[in-house]
Design a protein around this ligand. Sequence first.
Ligand SMILES: Nc1ncnc2c1ncn2[C@@H]1O[C@H](COP(=O)(O)OP(=O)(O)OP(=O)(O)O)[C@@H](O)[C@H]1O
Ligand SMILES: [Mg+2]
Length: 237
Amino acid sequence: MEKRQELFAGKAKSVYATDDPDRLILHFRNDTSAFDGRRVEALERKGQVNNRFNAFIMGKLQEAGIPTHFESLLSDDECVVKNLEMIPVECVVRNIAAGSLVKTLGVEEGQTLTPPTFQLFLKNDELHDPMINESLAETFGWATPEQLAEMKALTFRVNEVLKALFEEGGMLLVDYKLEFGLFHGKIVLGDEFSPDGCRLWDAKTREKLDKDRFRQGLGNVIESYEEVGRRIGVDFG
Ligand SMILES: Nc1ncnc2c1ncn2[C@@H]1O[C@H](COP(=O)(O)OP(=O)(O)OP(=O)(O)O)[C@@H](O)[C@H]1O
Ligand SMILES: [Mg+2]
């Protein structure tokens, strides 16, 4: 497979075309952004760490029967994925209250959410990824009700697989964001799963081990990502 031109660069990854119209290359960069891109820093090794981390998680999800875009690792910080027509809606499941839920609803951080909650956000940086619902997504054509139902079901299946995986590693999966797309009309999990897009706490101490370390200036960001990976069996090469 041949790497062709860069199609676009997001805040953390760059996307390249290949000679196969159905395949793309994702390049995980070291760039780390927070607060809608108002804070950006390059963190050494992040690209490699997230590339391996994501490959490991996508493999686990695939094994559990969840369709993902992941095809293969290409290099330290690149992988080959299916070329999806992305749905501009982010799916979030929360097992424990944290982040924007605490800020916008005034609920207590750390409270267990029973049952876990499901939220939709519009992928739109300029609008700061506003929270939306199924009705708005249908009306404005961001996704059909059938697609939304499938995305929701898949997002909860991911919860079952990954809650157990992180629990075995002595961690709590607090919340996470997923993006889906269409591959020849079929809903497939896209983008990435890494500590950049989820919250993970140590189960005993509740120490934060995810991107909140960057957002809150706690330090040892990538060291924590690697620690999380080691605890669940990621091979960082
Ligand atoms: N398999 C795929 N096919 C097509 N696009 C993908 C695929 N996986 C991820 N993407 C898209 O590639 C981009 C990844 O880059 P990154 O995560 O850095 O973007 P981002 O900063 O979140 O930006 P944006 O808001 O533009 O999506 C995202 O837009 C994501 O939706
Ligand atoms: Mg992104």
